[in-house]
Design a protein around this ligand. Structure first.
Ligand code: ADE
Length: 238
């Protein structure tokens, strides 16, 4: 998969050199391009924002640098051939977007090319979204019902959630199956050695070697946990 990110803080994404995603980049499973929006400005101050039409607090990101930065990835507006293959999906992280979920992460993990446009301030001039919507698939995606200072943290979370679902990125694919949100229930609690630590014992069933009993216990734990902290995830009949 190819991932492009446009941001005014390219250094923010240096951490994508680390850990599983870093390895996935080294092995070529993920190809990453991080682009500085300010490289597409033409004034001395490399200005990317301006005051909002209609008044109000805060600043809005100007359309011209965004248009130029995204054209550099998508191609010039007129250069698209009528029978060209579908282009990349363009994602604007935004608290006004649809909610990011594990299902969306799975869907996005099957795409060949994602482009993330990290807004700051009070957002990006709406015409950037409108223009690129006319050229291909565009999604506004929110990490959750809270406001971040910009899209970078949200994009980092989305890339991690999407990247680890690309086949080969996580060493043992079975570890993806039992996780929270894949089966609809939250994950059961996990334990490792030692069997007793600071007076707390590992639940005896896990030491029993009885795989049926372990499986039942884990499922019960999932149900109990989900009922307690995320009842909204339970199917209606449970
Ligand atoms: N930018 C600011 N807040 C955000 C959020 N909750 N999700 C995605 N992008 C954001």
């Amino acid at each position: 998969m190819r991932i492009d990110i446009v941001t005014i803080f390219p250094e923010f994404f240096d951490v994508l050199d680390l850990s599983l995603l870093g390895k996935a980049r080294q092995s070529g499973l993920i190809e990453l391009g991080v682009h500085n929006l300010r490289d597409h400005t033409h004034d001395r101050h490399r200005t990317v924002d301006d005051t909002p039409y209609g008044g109000g607090a805060g600043m809005v990101m100007k359309p011209e640098p965004w248009g130029a930065a995204l054209d550099a990835i998508f191609g010039e507006p007129d250069s698209v051939e009528a029978d060209a293959a579908p282009g990349p999906i363009l994602i604007f992280p935004s608290p006004a977007g649809e909610q990011f979920t594990q299902a969306m992460a799975r869907e996005l993990s099957k795409q060949p090319h994602l482009v993330f446009a990290c807004g700051r301030y009070e957002g990006i001039d709406q015409r950037v979204v409108d223009h690129f919507q006319a050229r291909g698939e565009v999604r506004l995606v929110s990490l959750g019902d809270y406001v971040l200072n910009g899209g970078e943290v949200a994009v980092m979370a989305m890339i991690e959630a999407v990247g680890r679902l690309i086949p080969g990125v996580v060493g043992n694919p079975e570890s993806l199956v039992e996780e929270s949100h894949e089966g609809g229930l939250l994950e059961y609690p996990s334990y490792t050695k030692p069997a007793s630590w600071r007076g707390l014992d590992v639940p005896p069933v896990l030491l029993s070697g009885n795989h049926g009993a372990i499986s039942t216990w884990r499922h019960d734990q999932q149900l109990e946990r989900t009922r307690r902290v995320r009842p909204d995830l339970l199917p209606p009949a449970v």
